[in-house]
Design a protein around this ligand. Structure first.
Ligand code: ZN
Length: 874
C-alpha cells in the first residue's frame, strides 16, 4: 500500500476556491484511467492521463488539486513543465496562463481502502476484484488532477481500460469498445453535460447486471425515455431484487417529472450497489452508487425496504437539485441535501406503497437533528464553511435532518403546491448553473408572493431547537385557559432563539386500557414565547394534548404530566402521533426530565401498537442505550437484566421470523453487550438459537449473536473462524473482525486498539473502512471491562491519527475510541476524570484542527449529558 501523509495544503479554503473561480473558467476534461492491473493486489496504483481545457486571465497562475502517488509529466499549452517545481503537496501549480489553456498530465493514482476515491474490494466469497469511486466532497482529486470545487463545472469525456470481461461504467453512456487483444479493452463513454467534479464516477468489476427501460412524460408533455440499469457484486446476485428497485425507480421518475416538469437530464440511469461504502448513496449523474447493505442478504424489515426506497428517491431528487443546479460552495450544501431529504420522503409517501415515510421521519430522522442541534458545535442550517475539512464534517444532522424538517415546516407555511412551484421556477432559471440560498429564496418569493427573508432569518441563520409546551388551567373538569409556551436557546451563545411555527394541537380522548382516541386537531400559528389557545377552552381536562400533532414543525415537545402518562401507559391510536409523542418523551429522557426506566416501560406498553418497524426499532434501541448510559452503576445491571429478559421472552413467545422479531433481536444483542450479570441464562438461550434451524437467524443476526457470545467468553476464536469459513461473505468477514475484537481479554483489546490507531492489522495490512469500523465496534463491546483504562493514550495519539489517516478513517478512530467509562461514582459532569481530561486537551490544543476538536467537543457533551442524567436518576 502506498502511503502518503496528508499534505499541509490539502485543506483548500473557501477564499482560495473563490479566487480560483475568478481566475479560471473550465470547459472540458478528458480522463483516461487504466484499471487493467486492478486484480493484482500487489499493484496499488493505476495510471491516469488527464487533459483539461480552460480559459484564464492571461499571465495569471492557478493550481489543480491532486492527491495521487506520482506525477510523471505535465504539459501546459504544449510546453513540458518541470514536475518537481509544479507539484506542491496537494496541488499542481500552473502558470503563466494564456487566455485559453490546455494542460495534459500523466500520473499514477492510488487504489483506496478507505472508500475515498477509487475503492478496491476483493470479494471474500469468490476472490473477484471490484472498483467504484466516491468523490464528495473533494476526493475526486484522489483520482485525477482537477479543479475540485463545485462551481467549476465542465464536460467530461472518460475512457476506462480494464479486463474485457468486466462491467465498466461512467456517468455517460458507453459509446465504443476497443479490445486490446490481451484480455483487456478500452471503453469510451459519451461526453457528459456540464457537471461538477464531485459527481464524476468510475466503476469496474465483474458486477452482475439487470436492465429495464423507463418511458414517461413531464407535466408539460415532453416525452422521456431512459435506459435503466442495476448492478451488484456477482456473489450477491441471488439476493438482489431488481424488480422492486426498478418499480420504485419508475414511479419516482414519474413523480419527479410531474412535479419538477424538467425531463431527466442525464441520459441513462444506472444504480449500482457497492461494497464497503461510507454512506447510504451518492447522486452521481447517470450512475448512482448505493451501499450494498441495500442488497438484503439477511431478513430485512419493512423499515429497511422503506429506507432503501427513500434513498433511491433522495438520490433521484439530486439529479435535478444538486446535479442540474448546484451549490456554489459547501456553505449551501444544505440546499441540496435538505431538499433531497424532504422531497425524497414526500416522494416515498406519495409515489410508493410505503405508508410510514413520515412516521420514520418523525422518529428517526428528527432524533438525529435534535441531537446534533444541542451540541455546542451546532450551527445554522446555512453554515459558514471556511475550508474543506469543515465541509467534510458538515454532512451532519443539521444539514440533512434539521434542514429537511425545516423544509417540511416551510411547506406547511407556504403550502405544498407553492413549495413545488418554487422548485420548478428555480430549475427553469438556474439549470446547469450554480446558486446560493438567495436564488432559492427568490424563487420562493415569486411563487408565494411573500417576503421570505424573515422566515429564512429565523429558521436558517440561527442554531438550536425550540421547546413547545402547553400549560392549562382547569376548572370544573374542563380547561378554562390554555397557553402554548415556546422557549429555546442557541447552544453556542446561550442566547434566546424563538421562531414562527405553523403547528397543530392534537386532542386525544383516553379510552380505558386502550390507546387514547384522536378527537380533533387545532391549527395554530406560534409567534413569540406565549401563544393563547382559546380553541382548547371547554375541552375536558382528561384529554391528552399533543403539541406538534402531525409533526409539522421542528421542536422538542414537552408533554404535560397527565398527557405523558397516557402516552406511555396506554399510547395514542394514531401512528404519526405515537411516533411524535414518543420522540418527545425520548428528548425528555435525554434532558434528564424523565427517568429512562419510565420510558422503557412505555416502550413495552406501546410495542404492540407500533406498526412501523422503523419506529419500533428506534424506540427499542433508545430504551436500550438509555438504560446503559443514563443510569448509575447501582441501578444499571438490574434494569438491563430486566430489559434483556423482556426481549428474550418476547422472542421466545413469538419465535417465527417477523419484522418485530428482527428488531427485538437486534436490540437484545446490543443490550447483552452492556450486561454483566446475571447474563448466563440469557446467553444459554442465545446460544441455543444458533444451533436451531427453526430459528433461522440469517447471517446478520448470527454474527450479532456471535459477537455478544464472544464478548462474554462463550465462544472462542477457532469457532468464530470456522463460522466465517463456513460462509465467507463480506458480512461474515466484518462479523468475524468484530467478534474477535470483542473477546474479553486485555491483550486482545490492546491489539485491537493498536490496529485502530495505526489503521493496520497485526500483519501490517491496511484496514479497509469497514474492517477499521468493525475493529472499533468489537472493541466497544466490553461488558467485562477488559479494555478499560486507556484514556491517556487516546489524548496522546489522536493528533497523529488525524495526520496519518484520511479524514474519513481518522474520524472513525477519534469518535470510536473516545474515553467514556462513564460512572457517576468517579465524578459528576464537572469533576469526572474523563471530562477533565477532555477539557484539558481542548484547552491545551486550541490550535488542533477544527474538525478534530469538533469530534472531541461533541463526545464530551455526550459524556456530560450521561453524567447529568445519571445524577438525576440517582
Ligand atoms: Zn443527498
Amino acid at each position: 500500500m502506498t502511503d502518503i501523509p496528508r499534505p499541509d495544503n490539502e485543506n483548500l479554503t473557501r477564499d482560495e476556491a473563490a479566487a480560483r473561480a475568478r481566475t479560471v473558467h473550465t470547459h472540458d476534461y478528458a480522463v483516461d484511467v487504466d484499471f487493467s492491473r486492478a486484480a493484482d493486489t500487489a499493484v496499488d496504483t493505476y495510471p491516469v492521463r488527464t487533459r483539461v481545457s480552460f480559459d484564464a486571465e492571461p499571465g495569471a497562475s492557478t493550481f489543480l488539486d491532486y492527491l495521487g502517488a506520482h506525477v510523471a509529466s505535465i504539459v501546459l499549452n504544449g510546453v513540458e513543465q518541470d514536475v518537481a517545481a509544479a507539484v506542491d503537496g496537494a496541488r499542481i501549480v500552473l502558470g503563466p496562463l494564456a487566455a485559453h489553456n490546455e494542460v495534459v498530465i500523466a500520473s499514477e493514482s492510488i487504489y483506496s481502502r478507505s472508500g475515498e476515491g477509487v475503492h478496491r474490494f476483493v470479494d471474500p466469497a469468490d476472490g473477484a476484484t471490484y472498483l467504484y469511486s466516491q468523490n464528495e466532497p473533494v476526493d475526486c482529486r484522489r483520482i485525477y488532477p482537477c479543479f475540485d470545487q463545485p462551481d467549476l463545472k465542465a464536460r467530461f469525456r472518460v475512457t476506462i481500460t480494464a479486463d474485457d470481461s468486466w462491467h465498466v461504467a461512467a456517468n455517460g453512456a458507453l459509446q465504443s469498445h476497443h479490445p486490446a487483444g490481451d484480455g483487456t479493452s478500452t471503453r469510451v463513454f459519451a461526453v457528459t453535460e456540464p457537471m461538477s467534479t464531485y459527481i464524476t464516477t468510475f466503476l469496474a468489476g465483474p458486477y452482475a447486471q439487470w436492465h429495464d427501460q423507463y418511458a414517461g412524460r413531464t407535466a408539460s408533455g415532453v416525452e422521456v425515455a431512459i435506459p435503466l440499469g442495476i448492478a451488484t457484486r456477482a456473489s450477491l446476485a441471488d439476493s438482489m431484487d431488481p424488480d422492486a428497485v426498478f418499480e420504485i425507480t419508475k414511479r419516482g421518475l414519474d413523480w419527479f417529472h410531474r412535479h419538477f416538469d424538467v425531463a431527466y437530464p442525464w441520459g441513462k440511469y444506472d444504480q449500482v450497489f457497492v461494497p464497503e461504502y461510507n454512506l447510504g448513496a451518492m447522486e452521481n449523474p447517470g450512475l448512482v452508487t448505493f451501499t450494498e447493505r441495500y442488497v438484503f442478504t439477511s431478513p430485512a424489515t419493512q423499515a429497511q425496504h422503506e429506507q432503501r426506497a427513500n434513498t433511491i428517491l433522495h438520490e433521484m431528487c439530486h439529479m435535478w437539485f444538486g446535479d442540474l443546479v448546484t451549490m456554489t460552495w459547501w456553505d449551501d450544501l444544505w440546499l441540496k441535501e435538505s431538499f433531497a431529504d424532504y422531497v425524497g420522503t414526500l416522494a416515498v409517501d406519495e409515489a410508493t406503497d410505503f405508508t410510514t415515510a413520515w412516521t420514520t421521519f418523525a422518529s428517526r430522522r428528527k432524533a438525529w437533528a435534535y441531537r446534533q442541534d444541542q451540541y455546542p458545535t451546532t450551527h445554522p442550517i446555512v453554515a459558514d464553511i471556511v475550508d474543506l475539512e469543515a465541509a467534510d464534517q458538515n454532512f451532519d444532522g443539521i444539514t440533512y435532518a434539521k434542514g429537511a424538517s425545516v423544509l417540511k415546516q416551510l411547506s406547511a407555511f407556504v403550502g405544498p403546491d407553492t413549495f413545488l412551484a418554487a422548485a420548478r421556477a428555480y430549475f427553469a432559471q438556474h439549470a446547469w448553473g450554480n446558486t446560493t440560498l438567495d436564488d432559492f429564496l427568490g424563487a420562493l418569493h415569486e411563487a408565494s408572493g411573500r417576503d421570505m427573508r424573515g422566515w429564512a432569518q429565523a429558521w436558517l441563520t440561527t442554531a438550536g431547537v425550540n421547546r413547545l409546551r402547553i400549560e392549562t388551567t382547569v376548572a370544573d373538569g374542563t380547561i378554562a385557559a390554555a397557553v402554548l409556551h415556546q422557549d429555546g436557546v442557541d447552544p453556542r451563545t446561550g442566547e434566546e432563539v424563538l421562531r414562527p411555527h405553523v403547528a397543530r394541537i392534537g386532542v386525544y380522548a383516553p379510552d380505558g386500557d386502550g390507546p387514547a382516541r384522536f378527537e380533533t386537531a387545532h391549527p395554530v400559528r406560534v409567534e413569540g414565547a406565549a401563544t393563547p389557545l382559546p380553541e382548547l377552552v371547554g375541552t375536558p381536562a382528561d384529554r391528552v394534548l399533543l403539541p406538534n400533532d402531525g409533526d409539522l414543525t421542528y421542536a422538542k415537545v414537552v408533554q404535560d404530566p397527565h398527557s405523558l402518562q397516557v402516552v406511555l401507559d396506554a399510547g395514542l391510536d394514531d401512528e404519526l402521533a405515537r411516533a411524535t409523542a414518543l420522540a418527545g418523551a425520548w428528548n425528555m429522557v435525554r434532558d434528564a426530565e424523565l427517568p429512562v426506566e419510565r420510558f422503557a416501560d412505555g416502550v413495552v406498553a406501546n410495542q404492540h401498537l407500533i406498526e412501523d418497524s422503523g419506529v419500533l426499532a428506534q424506540v427499542l434501541l433508545q430504551a436500550s442505550a438509555g438504560l446503559a448510559s443514563y443510569t448509575t452503576a447501582a441501578q444499571r445491571q438490574r434494569l438491563l437484566s430486566r430489559w434483556a429478559t423482556f426481549l428474550v421472552d418476547a422472542v421466545v413467545d413469538d419465535p417465527a421470523p417477523s419484522d418485530r422479531r428482527t428488531v427485538l433481536l437486534r436490540t437484545l444483542f446490543a443490550t447483552l453487550g452492556d450486561l454483566q450479570d446475571p447474563v448466563a441464562p440469557l446467553l444459554d438461550v442465545v446460544r441455543s438459537w444458533l444451533d436451531d434451524a427453526d430459528v433461522a437467524l440469517g447471517e446478520e443476526l448470527t454474527w450479532g449473536a456471535l459477537v455478544v457470545l464472544s464478548a462474554h467468553g462463550r465462544v472462542d476464536a477457532d469457532a468464530l473462524r470456522a463460522a466465517h469459513e463456513h460462509a465467507p461473505t463480506a458480512v461474515s468477514a466484518t462479523g468475524l473482525t468484530r467478534a474477535l475484537a470483542a473477546r474479553p481479554d486485555a491483550a486482545v483489546k490492546d491489539a485491537a486498539r493498536e490496529a485502530a490507531y495505526t489503521g493496520r492489522d497485526a500483519a501490517g495490512a491496511v484496514l479497509s473502512n469497514d474492517h477499521l469500523q468493525a475493529t472499533i465496534d468489537g472493541l466497544a463491546v466490553d461488558p467485562t471491562g477488559a479494555g478499560a483504562g486507556h484514556g491517556a493514550e487516546y489524548w496522546r495519539r489522536i493528533e497523529d491519527v488525524w495526520t496519518a489517516q484520511s479524514q474519513g478513517q481518522a474520524t472513525r478512530v477519534v469518535a470510536g475510541l473516545f474515553p467514556s467509562d462513564t460512572e457517576l461514582a468517579d465524578g459528576d459532569e464537572h469533576t469526572h476524570p474523563d471530562v477533565r481530561a477532555a477539557q484539558e486537551w481542548l484547552t491545551a490544543r486550541a490550535d488542533a484542527p477544527h474538525a478534530l476538536r469538533r469530534i472531541v467537543i461533541e463526545h464530551l457533551d455526550d459524556l456530560r449529558r450521561r453524567l447529568r442524567a445519571q445524577a438525576a436518576s440517582a
